[in-house]
Design a protein around this ligand. Structure first.
Ligand code: AKB
Length: 312
């Protein structure tokens, strides 16, 4: 394959594993990892690494030209909980980085762009169960507003300038290699670490808070699958709903208890409860399944077994 890929935000939760997988597929030298902070040894040893500010269009252009980049995966973002603490900064990072990359694609410096949206693009007035691909979207968080606006920028650049930009509305992503930071769904990662370290966990959401979630392997597979799909299969240029499972803190705790019977959970809801309450519970992703063949592999029990095996 002749593509050269730049990952912006390669040191984050998804970026780290995406970099590894893309290097396996395309070859180490074809995948340039970049982040505003220094990458870990493994990331720098296995292929090229650049320090890059996601909002610096000129810096991105220089990196694109230096490595003759054809595709950009823009993974840098401020997530929901942190964004509520720093609304202005979140807007600047989440929007300026996207507009910089879309402009570079419009100017034909790159051929293809991947940009993640989120279930956060929905809001309290969206249907909570089987949330459709197209429905009322009135997000009540800064992060959600930036994701919804970003989706429409993607669609606009595609319609007006023919930019080949593809996007998925990620649910909460669960993984063991790199911890997420600043998200509302992060409890579903922390709980596994605490289950092994302390056999107990205090959850910042209430026991019945149901949210859409996905194991990292599935998220990476979906991301690469949509980028490799034939262009005519991508009928939606805002962002595709994507789903694998939905569960509550009580249900994930029960799944952990099957493996660690002494594990206990307690609940102390904080400001993140309001964010979670504004999001869908179960997503209808039939467009992604029908248009380009999306299918998940992990359910809650399979993910729990794999998480605990890898962490212990
Ligand atoms: C968050 O919790 O902010 C993210 C997301 C659902 O996009 N994991």
């Amino acid at each position: 394959m002749s593509d050269t890929i730049l990952i912006i935000g390669a040191c984050g939760q998804i970026g780290t594993e995406l970099t590894q997988k893309l290097r396996e597929i395309y070859g180490n030298q074809q995948v340039i990892a970049s982040d505003i902070r220094e990458g870990n040894d493994e990331m720098k040893r296995s292929g090229p690494f650049e320090i890059l500010d996601a909002t610096d269009k000129e810096g991105i252009l220089k990196t694109v030209q230096k490595h003759q980049v054809t595709q950009v995966y823009l993974m840098a973002a401020m997530l929901s909980a942190t964004a509520e603490q720093h609304p202005q900064k979140a807007w600047e990072l989440n929007m300026n980085s996207l507009l910089a990359v879309l402009e570079l694609a419009k100017e034909k410096h790159i051929k293809q762009v991947y940009w993640p949206s989120s279930i956060a693009a929905f809001g309290p007035t969206s249907p909570k169960v089987q949330t459709p691909q197209k429905t009322i979207m009135e997000p009540s968080t800064v992060y959600g507003i930036s994701k919804l606006a970003g989706e429409h920028w993607c669609n606009y650049y595609h319609e007006k300038f023919g930019v080949d930009v593809r996007s998925l509305r990620y649910p909460g992503i669960i993984s063991w290699k790199t911890k997420p930071g600043g998200g509302t769904t992060d409890y579903a990662v922390d709980i596994y670490f605490k289950a092994l370290e302390e056999q107990k966990y205090e959850c910042f959401l209430t026991e019945e808070t149901r949210l859409p979630m996905m194991y990292m392997q599935d998220a990476i597979a979906a991301t690469i699958q949509i980028m490799q799909a034939d262009a005519e299969k991508i009928k939606n240029r805002t962002s595709y709903n994507l789903a694998a499972m939905s569960f509550t803190p009580k249900e994930i705790a029960a799944a952990i208890q099957k493996e660690i019977p002494e594990f206990t959970i307690s609940y102390k809801a904080d400001f993140r409860q309001q964010i979670a309450d504004s999001w869908p519970q179960i997503i209808d992703d039939s467009d992604a399944r029908n248009d380009w063949g999306w299918q998940q592999h992990f359910d809650l029990d399979a993910m729990t077994k794999d998480m605990l095996k890898n962490l212990s």
